[in-house]
Design a protein around this ligand. Sequence first.
Ligand SMILES: NC(=O)c1ccc[n+]([C@@H]2O[C@H](COP(=O)([O-])OP(=O)(O)OC[C@H]3O[C@@H](n4cnc5c(N)ncnc54)[C@H](O)[C@@H]3O)[C@@H](O)[C@H]2O)c1
Ligand SMILES: [Zn+2]
Length: 350
Amino acid sequence: MKTLHIATGKPYDIIIERGIIDQCGTYLRGVSKAKKAMIISDSNVFPIYGGRAEASLKQAGFETSQFVFTAGEESKRLETIAQMYTALIENGFTRSDIIVALGGGVVGDMSGFAAATYLRGIDFVQIPTSLLAQVDSSVGGKTGVDIPQGKNLVGAFWQPNTVLIDPDTLNTLTPHFFADGMGEVVKYGCIKSEKLFETLEKENAPEIIDDIIYQCVEIKRDVVQKDERDHGERALLNFGHTLGHAIEKEHNFKGVSHGEAVAIGMVMITKASEKAGITPAGTADRIAQLCKKYNLPTCDTTPIEKIVKSSFSDKKSSGDSIGLVVLDKIGESKIYPVKKTDMLGFVTGK
Ligand SMILES: NC(=O)c1ccc[n+]([C@@H]2O[C@H](COP(=O)([O-])OP(=O)(O)OC[C@H]3O[C@@H](n4cnc5c(N)ncnc54)[C@H](O)[C@@H]3O)[C@@H](O)[C@H]2O)c1
Ligand SMILES: [Zn+2]
């Protein structure tokens, strides 16, 4: 068992342990006096893990209920949140009860948002089951939903009481979604840890995934602690994301998944920063090799002009310039402001 303590406004522990789902009730008891616990999950995850979580919660004395929605990003919308509120009301949830998010990032983001807003805020815990959720979305307290105008445009900062990570759950994840999560894993190595990057190069990540998850969560924890509300340091986590989001958008969020788009974005921006003399030559190739090793793409057919134009409408781009995340070297990153009018030239190196 490995524990990481996160000292945000509301401090909590992140625990990594194989089989922890079967003990989630005990861990929840340690952080909550709630009478009722509602498991919020999706149609893929609940049939596999819901029963085990429920049994453990019951054993620890919680009165349990469940809300299960159709798996997939399409469900990440306000209508689903409204259904969650209904389920919480119907089950008599008060401010002292608790929500248990059991699933990937979609489950975590929506359960967290429902928890942040129901009765002006109730407790929740995260049991992330996808690689992306274990290394990224369950840590840091960002919750939210998509609206027709864009992804994650409505949300709240709301920290969980605890995060219970069970690496065993990754055994049932599809290879596609495993690769998707690896996009973020590679990103952590690029921005903060040459050691992690080299480990990913030398070893086969799935064989040492517990340690990889620990290293990623530790990096995200350190960043989030410095900048809980996303005003500075947290922007480094967007390495590969400015162009990546634009690529996802150009594909209408189908065809190229998030981790894949981030992989392409990391390689593209690093090629550009190499040409600008910021990053040592050969770095983009090294990132591309690593992405390929973990079944991630490294280029896209969308014309570069379209990608750059699309990146301007990113919610994080304000004013005349864009804060691009670039690498001084593998493991060291910084924000590099580029004027929007210079962006195409920067990205193409012309
Ligand atoms: N809050 C944050 O800081 C943050 C950070 C990054 C991403 N996100 C959000 O996370 C979401 C993406 O997360 P995701 O990739 O986990 O998506 P997801 O929740 O849709 O999970 C991916 C797929 O894997 C399935 N799945 C999950 N765990 C499984 C398991 N153990 N066995 C079998 N199937 C399993 C799910 O049912 C789904 O079909 C996006 O909505 C994104 O905006 C949030
Ligand atoms: Zn991401």
